[in-house]
Write a protein that binds this ligand. Structure first.
Ligand SMILES: Cc1ncc(COP(=O)(O)O)c(C=O)c1O
Length: 385
């Protein structure tokens, strides 16, 4: 592996030369130059629609096939099981509707209080349309899923258990395979939101036996796109919302609508190549080290919400201070050269669970951050809060 130091990694990002310490990775990471170049290269040389006899169309077919193969490798799936879309939310509204064709009034869906609303509202709206029931799995004091409660919500009416692999609110990582197992015991589909987990560790849909899994390449060094996996047997069974002349192969393409942003597919492949070159070992080790540094140095005036442990979490921290509101703190930090998020970041139920009406300040650490950035952020937090 050539790039195993944070300096070498950062050298690949023009965006990281800005005088800003980016702790807004959970809202979207910066992209390496290779991603920018791949997008430009596609538009310079290959811009066309698919399936034509001419050179740029053939080249576009190659780019799209390549992106599908890279996505399959990234997810541990087959290229047939890959579905691209505008973003996770759009894909989730579309796939939830597709899955629900034929469901009966009174059928049930279990979601969790840990979810981003993009894995809640699609089910609430569906419940509104089809007279379904949505149940919420509760959290414990550390914002971890209470599996006993989840178990008590399941019945033969449960069609789907929708849950996150990691929380974009408080950084909790869930026991994915266990939750999938519970869903399957009840005869329900396991529907995993991996958006927040994807930048932090490898995904293998086969290993965890997910039925549907969604993520967003713009959160893991790629362009603004959504990506989903659907198990082959489901994609073969589901009736897609598609126009008649659109091809039926590859299988996942039946669930994509219209012309896709091919240039972003080229950028997506470059992002996967970038992560391959960095390696998950470096990502894990560096993020764990920076997360511990942040937790150890957090000034006493700031309160951490969610688990204070370093285990079963990603380095995403929700913090508040009694001396300053999240919005004021984020503005002061922005003025000091730090990008952090504030508010509820669409993690509505988590914030309700924590009793945080104004939300919190979110510090999202990724592998492109440095120890120096963390130290400077801690000093700034001590000053403003
Ligand atoms: C955990 C989680 N799920 C879903 C989403 C929605 O993703 P998208 O912006 O791709 O629709 C986000 C976005 O922040 C997220 O953090």
């Amino acid at each position: 592996m050539a790039t195993t130091t944070v300096e070498a990694v950062r050298g690949q990002f023009t965006a990281l030369r800005a005088p800003v310490a980016f702790f807004d990775g959970p809202g979207g990471t910066q992209v390496p130059d290779s991603v920018v170049d791949a997008i430009a290269e596609y538009l310079h040389t290959s811009n066309a629609n698919l399936g034509g006899a001419f050179a740029t169309s053939r080249a576009s077919d190659t780019v799209v096939d390549g992106a599908r193969a890279d996505a399959a490798r990234f997810l541990g799936a087959t290229p047939d099981e890959v579905i691209f879309g505008a973003n996770m939310t759009t894909l989730n509204f579309a796939l939830s509707r597709t899955a629900a064709r034929g469901w009966e009034p009174g059928d049930e869906i279990v979601v969790t209080e840990l979810d981003h609303d993009a894995n809640v509202s699609p089910w609430l709206e569906l419940a509104h349309d089809l007279d379904l029931v949505v149940r919420f799995c509760e959290l414990d004091g550390d914002c971890r899923l209470v599996l006993g409660h989840l178990r008590s919500l399941l019945s033969s009416r449960t069609r789907v258990v929708a849950f996150p692999w990691a929380s974009n609110g408080v950084g909790v990582v869930t026991p994915v395979a266990d939750v999938v197992g519970l869903a399957h015991e009840a005869g329900a589909l396991a529907w995993v939101d991996a958006v927040h987990y994807a930048p932090h560790g490898p995904i293998d849909v086969t290993l965890v036996d997910a039925d549907v899994l969604l993520c967003s390449p713009y959160k893991f060094y790629g362009p603004h796109l959504g990506l989903a996996f659907g198990k082959r047997e489901l994609l073969e069974r589901w009736r897609p919302y598609k126009v008649r002349p659109a091809p039926d192969v590859p299988l996942g393409h039946r669930f994509e609508t219209g012309t896709q942003p091919h240039e972003l597919f080229a950028g997506f492949s470059a992002a996967v190549a970038y992560l391959d070159s960095v390696g998950w070992d470096f990502v894990r080790d560096h993020e764990t080290e920076l997360g511990a540094r942040f937790l150890d140095g957090l000034p006493a005036s700031w309160r951490l919400h969610g688990p204070a442990t370093r285990d079963d979490r990603v380095p995403t921290f929700a913090i508040t201070s009694e001396r300053v509101s999240p919005a004021e703190a984020a503005a002061a930090l922005a003025a000091g050269g730090f990008a952090v998020w504030h508010g509820n970041y669409y993690a509505l139920e988590v914030m309700r669970h924590l009793g945080l009406a104004d939300g919190a300040v979110r510090v999202g650490i990724v592998h492109t951050n440095t120890a120096d950035e963390v130290d400077r952020l801690l000093a700034a937090l001590a000053e403003i809060g």
